[in-house]
Design a protein around this ligand. Structure first.
Ligand code: LRH
Ligand code: MN
Length: 396
């Protein structure tokens, strides 16, 4: 007797966790400016406090990804303080993001820089981050590089490829048994002629060259228009090279908008391909689901709750696809019936079942309403506005 929709939704939500980015709680902006929010988090503790609120009301975000330069002001010397703050606010420290793009020495790159002393400095920072990860119990070292060039002929792309392999290998060899490298690709920005790790194939080859504990990180915003992201996901799964996601949405480029705010069917198709892979192989895909967004206009905690809600909803919709019928119709090339298997699940309202799941977990049925009624934002505004409103800056 096929499982009822509610049962499938409950089972799916029981296993679905999505990690929040610490930087999603801070005042961020674009190159044209930053609109400061009085209640925004500035300290790592405040970011963990806000993340704790999202998990308290949604029940699916127990961990926070950290960006070392932004969250560990004293580097490895901040470990104790940051771990204590995470404990205090009931969140787990998740992926460790090294930052080898902000410092002035990285003008011409980090691991890909022609200057060996800069490559060494970048590697040393990544090694420090691996040590931080060992101290915080974090499995994922999440690597993104701005390395590239802006004008033809100004960089030797092949030499840089070789330097990256040497650097990633050296980092890989310092990982503990349960740690892994996640290699994030991005086609452009801030480099606008070539980017050293520009697409999934380059990240896959780099990861393979680094070692068995390196996998590909798919940021949904890091693709050319019209690129079939779920096909990339399916290939990475079949190569056992899919390490994780940075979910967000976009209309044009790496817009870092709220997940599924522009194209919810895109995220559904990604979750569907993962569910189909798990159904066919009987294996649970070991994937780090993470959010990576820039919350510039909406209330940052509310936008994060919106994100957690829609992530659960789309993950649940993908879980209820009738894969047995789908496999049959795919086999028989019954195009309409096959497509309708996805459409039917996508247009099924799973929110009543999700509310039921929340009730069963002792959570508020409506996380957003419960958060708004908690008065947390009013308290945070009082505590933080002086500090925040004092920090308005200009681009040039
Ligand atoms: C780069 C990126 C990367 C992060 C940064 C905040 O566009 O996606 O994952 O380090 O955003
Ligand atoms: Mn990202």
């Amino acid at each position: 007797m096929p499982a009822k929709t509610d049962e499938i939704v409950f089972k799916a939500l029981d296993s679905f966790k999505i990690e929040l980015p610490s930087w999603g709680f801070a005042n961020t902006g674009t190159r044209f400016g930053k609109f400061v929010q009085a209640a925004a988090a500035t300290s790592t503790e405040e970011k963990f406090s806000d993340a704790g609120q999202v998990n308290k009301f949604t029940g699916c975000c127990p961990s926070v990804a950290v960006h070392v330069l932004w969250d560990f002001p004293e580097g490895t010397r901040s470990i104790g303080e940051v771990k204590a703050a995470a404990e205090k606010h009931g969140v787990r420290i998740g992926a460790i993001n090294p930052n080898v793009f902000q410092d002035q020495i990285y003008k011409h790159g980090s691991l890909g820089n022609p200057d060996p002393s800069v490559r060494q400095a970048a590697l040393q920072h990544i090694l420090d981050c691996i040590e931080i990860g060992k101290a915080t119990g974090s499995r994922d070292i999440s690597l993104w590089f701005t390395d590239g060039s802006n004008f033809p002929g100004t960089a030797n792309i092949r030499h840089r490829k070789q330097w990256f392999i040497e650097g990633l290998k050296a980092a890989h060899d310092k990982l503990s048994a349960n740690q892994q490298l996640l290699v994030e690709y991005k086609p452009f920005e801030p480099a606008f002629y070539h980017t050293d790790i520009a697409d999934w194939g380059m990240s896959l080859l780099m990861s393979r060259a680094a070692g068995p504990k390196a996998k590909v990180l798919v940021d949904t915003g890091h693709h050319y228009q019209a690129q079939n992201i779920e096909q990339i996901v399916t290939w990475l799964l079949s190569e056992n090279m899919l390490g994780g996601f940075h979910f967000n949405d976009r209309r044009y480029a790496d817009d870092d908008l709220t997940m599924a705010s522009i194209d919810p069917y895109q995220i559904f198709r990604i979750f569907h391909e993962i569910a189909l892979f798990e159904w066919e192989t009987g294996k649970r895909a070991d994937i780090a689901y993470m959010v990576d967004q820039s919350h510039n206009l909406k209330g940052k905690i509310e936008e994060m709750i919106q994100t957690a809600n829609i992530a659960q909803e789309l993950y649940a919709k993908a879980a209820i696809v009738d894969r047995k019928s789908l496999a049959y119709h795919q086999e028989k090339c019954n195009l309409v019936d096959a497509e309708e298997c996805l459409k039917d699940a996508f247009s099924t309202d799973v929110r009543p079942a999700i509310r039921e799941w929340r009730r069963a977990k002792g959570l508020a049925e409506d996380p957003m309403a419960a958060f708004r009624a908690s008065g947390y934002i009013e308290r945070a505004t009082k505590e933080r506005q002086a500090k925040n409103l004092g920090s308005i800056s200009t681009y040039a």
